[in-house]
Design a protein around this ligand. Structure first.
Ligand SMILES: CC(C)(COP(=O)(O)OP(=O)(O)OC[C@H]1O[C@@H](n2cnc3c(N)ncnc32)[C@H](O)[C@@H]1OP(=O)(O)O)[C@@H](O)C(=O)NCCC(=O)NCCS
Length: 193
């Protein structure tokens, strides 16, 4: 069984991190949960500094503190996915974005890795004291919707406001403690520390 863990980005994974993003560009895939790494392709060191600011900043109406992690596979120490966890919400994130963004690299999809990614993210939410996670996805993003459902996500709203967002959006809520308690047996064996 493949086992995965979340790793704090550092300089040692520079080349691999850039090729992670490059793979999304090559496949024309949506990029999500990468802490804006795609905008720092020529300044990885600057991105690491930005992550530190993101992690420790005081929330304001434009930005909230957030953690970004690589999802790494034990067998080959490869970056498989990424996840971005916002410590709290502001008005914008409550409308679009929610607490968590995530992605899995195109060549490693449909293997169940994102469910482990979200499980590990929820463990981090517990540490942060987040009781209830709000997340959203485009209604046609079945991979994301099913990931949230697999961790106990409840669809609370489906809405379409073309002036605000391009497509139908679904909002999901996950009770963090309940999810971890219910799904620990399933996902814990797929993790390592
Ligand atoms: C969404 C994403 C993270 C899913 O990653 P993944 O590793 O393929 O997901 P998993 O293999 O863990 O699958 C999770 C569930 O979704 C289902 N699924 C995954 N991709 C799917 C697809 N394209 N169509 C239908 N179902 C899909 C899986 O079968 C599984 O469902 P199950 O538990 O009922 O079997 C990945 O497609 C991605 O990175 N997309 C681009 C970025 C993105 O959209 N992020 C989310 C923004 S809201």
């Amino acid at each position: 069984m493949d086992r995965l863990r979340l790793v704090v980005p550092d300089i040692s994974r520079k080349d691999e991190a850039l090729s992670y993003i490059q793979e999304f560009l090559d496949y024309g895939s949506e990029i999500n949960g990468v802490g804006s790494l795609d905008r720092y392709m020529n300044d990885y060191e600057g991105w690491l500094e930005k992550l530190e600011v993101d992690r420790t900043m005081e929330p304001n109406e434009n930005r909230v503190p957030a953690d970004t992690y690589f999802l790494v596979r034990e067998s080959d120490d490869r970056i498989i996915g990424m996840i971005n966890i916002r410590h709290c919400l502001n008005e914008n994130l409550r409308l679009i974005g929610g607490h968590i963004g995530y992605s899995v690299r195109p060549t490693e999809r449909r293997k169940g890795y994102n469910k482990v990614n979200l499980y590990l993210g929820l463990l981090r939410c517990q540490e942060l004291g987040i009781d209830e996670v709000l997340m959203d996805c485009d209604a046609d993003n079945l991979g994301s919707a099913r990931t949230m459902q697999a961790l106990g996500g409840r669809l609370v709203r489906e809405w379409y406001e073309p002036n605000i967002y391009k497509t139908v959006l679904q909002d999901y809520v996950i009770d963090v403690d309940e999810s971890v308690k219910t799904y620990r047996k399933v996902y814990e064996p797929m993790t390592y520390r």
